[in-house]
Design a protein around this ligand. Structure first.
Ligand SMILES: [Zn+2]
Length: 278
C-alpha cells in the first residue's frame, strides 16, 4: 500500500522525465518544454517591462543582503521530506516547499510539520502536468484542488504557486494572481538534481550559481538530493549566505536600478592604485 502511494506521488517525476525529453513543443514560449529548463527564460520578459504594474512572477529577487531561498518541489515525500526537515532544523534554516496536491492529500501530517517548523509551503499543482498546454478548466482544477488540500492540511491559504516545468502562460499567471493572490515563483539556480542524481553535482551547482537573491530549485523526493543537503547547506552558509523563505525574499525585493553602467570604475581605480604605489 505504501508502495502504491509512493508510486502515485512519484508519478509526477515520471511525467517530468518524459516532458524533459527533447520534444521542443513549439506551441508556447520555450519555457514550457523542459522541466528544469535553463534559468527560467520565459520569466524575464514578463518582469522587466519597467512598468509600474505589480510584479507577479519571480525567478530571483534583488536584495541588499546575502539572502537566498532554498526551494524543494514535488513532495511531501514520506521519508525524504522528514529527513530534510531534520537537517534544516539542526541548522535553523528555513526553506520553501512547493507541494504536489495529491501528495499533500496522502501526507497531510508532513505538510503540517513543514509549516510547524517554520518553513513556507506552497502550491505546485495537483498532479504535476504541463499547465501551459491544458484547458482553462483543467488548470483551474489542478490549482484549486491543491489550494484546498493545502488549506485543509495547514489551515490557511497559501500565497505562492510554482508551475510544474515552469510552464505557465502570461494569461494563466494573471488569472492565478487575481484568483488566489498568488505570486508565481520560478528559479534562477537549477541544481538539476532530478536529472543527475549526484549529490556532489547538486552541491557544486548550488555553490557555483547562487548569488544574493537567488531562488534555488531542488526536489525533496530524491534521496540523492537530500544526501547532498548537509554539505550544500553548510557550504552555502560558510560562503555567508543567509536562508529565508521565498515570501521573505520577495518582501526584501527591490526594483532593479535602471542603468548601473554609469560608473565603470575598474580602469580609474586600477591606475590610481598603481600611481599611489601603495
Ligand atoms: Zn515539480
Amino acid at each position: 500500500m505504501t508502495r502504491s502511494i509512493l508510486a502515485l506521488c512519484l508519478a509526477p517525476l515520471a511525467a517530468l522525465a518524459q516532458a524533459a525529453a527533447p520534444a521542443p513543443a513549439p506551441a508556447t514560449p520555450a519555457a514550457a518544454a523542459a522541466p528544469t529548463e535553463t534559468p527560467a527564460p520565459a520569466d524575464a520578459p514578463a518582469n522587466t517591462g519597467g512598468k509600474a504594474t505589480t510584479k507577479i512572477t519571480y525567478s530571483q529577487c534583488h536584495v541588499d543582503g546575502p539572502y537566498i531561498a532554498m526551494t524543494f518541489d514535488d513532495g511531501p515525500h514520506p521519508t525524504q521530506t522528514p529527513r530534510l526537515l531534520e537537517m534544516l532544523k539542526q541548522r535553523n534554516i528555513k526553506a520553501t516547499f512547493f507541494c504536489v496536491g495529491q501528495c499533500v492529500a496522502e501526507y497531510p501530517e508532513i505538510a503540517k510539520r513543514i509549516v510547524a517548523e517554520g518553513h513556507e509551503i506552497a502550491n505546485h499543482s495537483w498532479s504535476h502536468p504541463l499547465l501551459s498546454k491544458m484547458s482553462e478548466a483543467s488548470v483551474r482544477d489542478q490549482i484549486e484542488k491543491t489550494h484546498q488540500a493545502l488549506k485543509q492540511a495547514v489551515g490557511f491559504d497559501v500565497k505562492l504557486f510554482r508551475p510544474p516545468y515552469g510552464g505557465f502562460t502570461e494569461r494563466q499567471r494573471t488569472w492565478a494572481n487575481a484568483a488566489y493572490g498568488y505570486k508565481i515563483i520560478l528559479w534562477d539556480v537549477d541544481t538539476l538534481d532530478w536529472k543527475h542524481h549526484d549529490p556532489a553535482q547538486t552541491e557544486a551547482i548550488a555553490l557555483k550559481e547562487s548569488k544574493a537573491g537567488s531562488i534555488i530549485l531542488q526536489h525533496d523526493i530524491h534521496k540523492t538530493t537530500i544526501d547532498a543537503m548537509p554539505a550544500t547547506l553548510d557550504a552555502l552558509a560558510a560562503k555567508g549566505f543567509k536562508f529565508v523563505t521565498v515570501s521573505e525574499l520577495i518582501a526584501m525585493d527591490k526594483p532593479v536600478p535602471p542603468k548601473p553602467k554609469a560608473t565603470p570604475a575598474p580602469k580609474p581605480v586600477a591606475s590610481s592604485k598603481k600611481g599611489a604605489a601603495k
